[in-house]
Design a protein. Structure first.
Length: 253
């Protein structure tokens, strides 16, 4: 879980992990992008926050916030006695291993990171809304493409995906089919396949070229991979529908 990784990162940065725990953390750090970002965020905030704490005349408010965090995530030694059978067992952590950093700058950084993570998720919700699939009317009889659009717009992405897969197999050069097939894959957690299609669209010259770059960026933002999200946001061309949103979001990342 994200909160566990944040607390683990704080302990690592403050030197509170055992040798074995440190090796485990560093081993995971090699391939866990989220963990890398937590560590970078921690170090980026560390210097400026120490300065802030040194000169802040309203530190009592921060201490109160730290105490609330302490009550939520930690327990004292006296509270570790076995609970009666009827009491539901909850996850607990002894306070003794955290005393040095939980009452200082490190604890404030943990508070900041716990707030920062949902804020990043809010950015995804704010800047990405699944587009509606529009199909030009050709006549009175419904086609598979019409049916796929109806399912897609009803947010029945699994059902839409199968129809769009069939259409894409028979006409892979059709940009509208490729674009919405890619999004239906993204919405059903087939991210790798979705990105292959989006990259193909971006490499082409269809009207969905820049939309594909923007959706690609959103797919990375949803995973918390900011550097990859920025990479694709920067590819959205000036003068296109998504350009202003892309530039606004870049300033916030």
């Amino acid at each position: 879980m994200t909160e566990d990784k944040i607390l683990w990162t704080a302990r690592y940065a403050e030197g509170d992990l055992s040798e074995e725990e440190t090796l485990q953390y560093e081993d995971l750090l090699r391939h866990d992008q989220e963990l890398k970002e937590h560590l970078l965020d921690y170090h980026d905030a560390h210097g400026s926050l120490r300065m802030f704490m040194a000169y802040d005349n309203e530190r009592n408010a921060l201490v109160a916030g730290i105490k609330e965090l302490n009550d939520k995530y930690f327990i004292s030694e006296a509270e570790t006695e076995p609970a009666p059978v009827e009491v539901k067992k909850i996850k607990t952590v002894k306070l003794s291993g955290y005393l040095r950093w939980v009452s200082g700058v490190a604890a404030v950084l943990v508070v900041g990171l716990l707030v920062w993570s949902p804020w990043k998720a809010d950015l995804y919700e704010q800047y990405y809304g699944t587009p509606s699939m529009s199909v030009t009317e050709r006549g009175t009889s419904k086609t598979d493409l019409d049916e796929a659009a109806a399912l897609f717009n009803a947010k029945k992405y699994n059902e839409a995906k199968f129809l769009l897969a069939k259409l894409h197999a028979s006409n892979s050069s059709n940009a509208i089919i490729t674009y919405y097939f890619a999004i239906s894959l993204l919405e059903t957690d087939e991210v790798a396949k979705s990105r292959l299609l989006l990259e193909d669209l971006f490499q082409g010259e269809s009207v969905y070229k820049n939309d594909a770059a923007y959706v690609m960026a959103m797919s990375y933002l949803k995973e918390g991979k900011e550097s990859d999200a920025k990479f694709w946001l920067e590819k959205v061309a000036n003068g296109t529908v998504q350009y202003e949103k892309a530039q606004e979001l870049l300033k916030k990342l």
